[in-house]
Write a protein that binds this ligand. Structure first.
Ligand code: GDP
Ligand code: MG
Length: 194
């Protein structure tokens, strides 16, 4: 699958504004700074589509992008330390409403390939099981590991989140690793849907 002319659709902060136009929704979740925006740009082949940032953002927005055959929803990042309990609750409520209302065809659950999955990462995966949402784990920033370390680290991550190693894709927004595999995974679920 080749993505052409992906476009930003809208940003929403509350469930009454959730965007739905009948097309399948692929969503991306992960900690702030894990590389969600960079991954979206890599999949789109457009470095300027989603804003990337060195400093974890505080915005609690869902950003929707038009990817042609599907809509990609960039979910607000979790695990940002300097966030009040009130803000965390708001985030959790928005996400819960999102999963309860929007039918997700595939969720890309991003984790940083260099680190053990955090408690939040594991909670996210539990969420996905709870709501029976199909997902693929994407291990980001693979360019930061030596090539020989990537495979063993995928095995470690898979074990930590109780998955088969085939359910995890290593990716790098720096060198394009994983792009084909992720697009194939999306294509596969889109085909299953028809
Ligand atoms: N080396 C490397 N850096 C990355 C990669 N993906 C994201 N980054 C960097 O990590 C930071 C956060 O990325 P961003 O996409 O904004 O994360 P988000 O908060 O999850 O949307 C930015 O400085 C990116 O340049 C990657 O694959 N490799
Ligand atoms: Mg982002």
């Amino acid at each position: 699958m080749v993505i052409k002319d992906a476009k930003f659709i809208t940003s929403v902060a509350s469930s009454d504004k959730f965007y739905y136009d009948g097309r399948p929704i692929v969503a991306a979740s992960g900690r702030s700074n894990v590389g969600k925006s960079s991954l979206i740009n890599m999949l789109a082949g457009n470095g300027k589509l989603a804003k990337t940032s060195d400093t974890p953002g505080r915005t609690r927005l869902i950003n929707y992008f038009d990817f042609g055959a599907f809509v990609l929803a960039d979910l607000p990042g979790y695990g940002f330390a300097k966030v009040s309990k009130d803000e965390k609750d708001k985030w959790a409520r928005l996400l819960e409403e999102f999963f309860a209302t929007q039918k997700i065809t595939l969720l890309l659950a991003l984790v940083d390939i260099r680190h053990e999955p955090t408690a939040d990462d594991k909670q996210m995966i539990n969420y996905l099981y709870h709501y029976a949402i199909p997902f693929t784990v994407v291990a980001t920033k693979a360019d930061k590991l030596a090539k020989t370390k990537i495979k063993p680290q995928l095995l470690t991550l898979a074990a930590a989140i109780k998955l088969g190693v085939g359910d995890i894709v290593a990716s790098s927004a720096e060198n394009g690793m994983g792009k084909g595999e992720i697009l194939s995974a999306i294509e596969k679920v889109l085909r299953l849907k028809d």
